[in-house]
Design a protein around this ligand. Structure first.
Ligand code: ZN
Length: 134
């Protein structure tokens, strides 16, 4: 095994090149395996217009965004999801006291996530955008 950076001969047990400090290939391959990403869950802003019994929830898993929205009869929830592979962009529509989050997909699907706090909306956007890049 040789260093991928400087060509120095390495031992199988070496994690780093003793000459230039480059990570050994063996180790690089190991880190190529995608770590399982944390799941995040946000609730709509129950004090600012959301329903106090069943707040809408937005769940960000390692591969998709799931929006669980109370239906108009307040019995059960409607659930919709978009995989990260289909998300094209995300926007925050800031209203007077809270925010809607608009998630656009490459298909015709668009997810409008309503009544989340401005702080949560920013966090949600940041998390989703970081996962779109990976
Ligand atoms: Zn090296």
């Amino acid at each position: 095994m040789f260093c991928s950076s400087c060509g120095n001969k390495l031992k199988e047990s070496d994690n780093f090149c003793s000459s230039c400090g480059q990570k050994s290939t063996k180790n690089t391959i190991k880190t190529d395996f995608k770590e399982k990403l944390e799941t995040f869950e946000f609730s709509s802003n129950i004090l600012l217009g959301g329903n106090i019994l069943t707040p809408d929830r937005l769940v960000i898993t390692d591969n998709e965004v799931i929006y669980k929205k109370r239906n108009k009869y307040l019995i059960g929830v409607d659930e919709s999801s978009i995989p990260f592979s289909r998300i094209s962009s995300i926007e925050i529509d800031r209203k007077l006291i809270d925010s809607d989050i608009l998630i656009y997909s490459t298909g015709n699907q668009q997810l409008k996530v309503e009544d989340f706090s401005v702080g949560d909306a920013k966090k949600i956007k940041k998390i989703i955008e970081s996962r779109l890049q990976s």
